[in-house]
Design a protein around this ligand. Structure first.
Ligand code: DC
Length: 219
């Protein structure tokens, strides 16, 4: 099979990562979760007690940081941080770190390098517009903010987090606002992306839609 690049973009909680993982398994691609990379550096910033607006210290930290994937697991300076980066304090603050130019440049460089030598399905906010503008397929996955909040709330409730649906919806709105209004590669749908609204669809329906679109064009 020839090398394939699939870009999946969309706002927080639209289902990008669940869907991308399933598509990756079905058609044998490497799944790259770029949000996990921004989360990993945010985790390190917090652990080092650095303020989110202290760009000088953040850039210094970035220069002595390694971020890597191995079999879908994320490694920060050689340590697996899959669990730590999903904590709510990371979700709430990651957008402040992800808008820093130098942070984005380093992450994009790693992402392009990964995609240069294997078939990938990569999810994020700027994959179709900036990281892989020549991707073979681009999808923009969306859902209403209420539905995205509800999904995230269910997820957190299962982990026994003490929060409310209203609070989660507010956090998601805030994240969407920062992600889509930032100066450098903001969240937006690439003109040539297929848009899928998942508000009233099951995960399997979305996965089928994506696979059908890919198969149709490759016949
Ligand atoms: O997909 P996620 O929720 O794990 O992403 C976490 C944050 O990282 C998100 O709020 C915005 C940022 N992000 C980004 O700016 N660019 C990407 N390609 C992926 C994520």
């Amino acid at each position: 099979m020839e090398k394939l690049a699939i870009a999946i973009d969309g706002p927080a909680g639209a289902g990008k990562s669940t869907i991308s993982k399933l598509v990756a398994n079905r058609i044998n691609l490497n799944y790259i979760d770029t949000g996990a990379m921004y989360r990993a550096i945010t985790y390190k910033v917090i652990n080092n007690g650095i303020e989110f607006d202290d760009k000088v210290e953040i850039i210094k930290l970035l220069n002595s940081t390694s971020i890597d994937f191995n079999h879908n697991h994320i490694y920060l300076d050689g340590k697996n941080v899959d669990k730590e980066i999903r904590e709510n304090k990371i979700s709430k603050n990651v957008s402040y770190i992800a808008k820093i130019k130098e942070v984005r440049e380093k992450m994009v460089e790693i992402q392009r390098k990964i995609a240069s030598n294997k078939s990938v399905i990569m999810d994020g906010r700027d994959i179709g517009t900036h990281v892989l503008p020549k991707a073979d397929f681009k999808f923009y996955i969306n859902a209403s903010v209420e539905e995205r909040g509800r999904r995230r709330y269910e997820e957190l409730k299962e982990k026994n987090f003490d929060t409310t649906l209203e609070k989660i919806i507010e956090e998601i709105k805030n994240r969407d606002r920062i992600d889509s209004t930032r100066e450098i590669s903001p969240l937006r749908k690439s003109e040539d992306a297929f848009e899928i609204d998942t508000t009233n669809l099951t995960i399997d329906q979305v996965v089928d839609k994506i696979i059908k679109t890919i198969e149709k064009r490759r016949e």
